[in-house]
Design a binder for this molecule. Structure first.
Ligand code: HEC
Length: 220
């Protein structure tokens, strides 16, 4: 008898609870084109605030977001190039690019060594053409992809794309800098390095050769 009364009471409480669904039905929010006491002119729909970018509106800094101005790749960075930016660029380059392009950007990363080059060679940043490319080109390649390289705009935000582009310039300098532009004592040190006969530049770094394929069922 007692447990039946308890059962009925809790059922009644349950229905009472379900009956008055105040929680999500009445919300303290203003619907568009309605009145609100919050603002002096009583309009719930507000004009955009000056100097701010509205959600979903096109991003207006063309150079920063596209790497181009009037359809031409920019040759100057749209942001200050600082040591911090270069360090960030190095870190992001190692994460996003080095497995194909190699740690020095010569196009001989591990994926290239394992057969990616069969379709088209992975870009080598040290060609004369790429050394002379305006910086906007590198931003654009990361953003939209290039030939068989996929676009990365969905996974690398613009600030990091510029950081990586800046680091590509570091890599290019690391492999090709006229001796006159190097501090004197550093130049002397480089000149003193041993060379092969007839060689006029330091040797290319040794690249690991691909390993032979594992036999099926090999014990790893
Ligand atoms: C999955 C491999 C892969 C990854 C990862 C990759 N690339 Fe590439 N990249 C390529 C290939 C392949 C090409 C050559 C494409 C072609 O010529 O069709 C290329 C070409 C390039 C070029 C040369 C474009 C030109 O004008 O010749 C640049 C610059 C470049 N990549 C930058 C980057 C940067 C920066 C990253 C990282 C944010 C990156 N790539 C990540 C495979 C890759």
């Amino acid at each position: 008898m007692r447990s039946r009364a308890l059962w009925l009471a809790s059922l009644a409480a349950l229905f009472a609870g379900l009956g008055c669904h105040q929680d999500m039905w009445l919300q303290p929010k203003a619907l568009s084109q309605t009145k609100t006491p919050v603002f002096a002119n009583a309009a719930a729909s507000r004009a955009s605030v000056r100097g701010t970018v509205e959600f979903g509106k096109p991003m207006t800094d063309e150079a920063y977001y596209t790497g181009r101005v009037n359809g031409v790749p920019v040759s100057e960075f749209p942001i200050p190039v600082t040591e911090e930016l270069l360090r960030r660029g190095k870190e992001r380059f190692m994460v996003n690019c080095s497995h194909c392009h190699g740690a020095i950007g010569n196009g001989k990363g591990m994926i290239a060594q394992r057969g990616f080059t069969l379709a088209r060679p992975v870009g080598n940043y040290h060609s004369e053409r790429l050394r002379n490319m305006p910086i906007g080109h590198f931003f654009e390649v990361i953003t939209n992809g290039y030939g068989t390289m996929y676009p990365m705009k969905s996974r690398i935000k613009p600030a990091d794309r510029w950081a990586i582009a800046a680091y590509i310039r570091v890599l290019q300098r690391s492999q090709y800098t006229p001796i006159q532009q190097i501090p004197q004592e550093e130049a002397a040190r480089l000149e003193a390095l041993p060379r092969e006969p007839g060689q006029d530049a330091p040797p290319e770094p040794k690249i690991m050769q691909p390993k032979p394929a594992m036999p099926a069922g090999a014990n790893l």
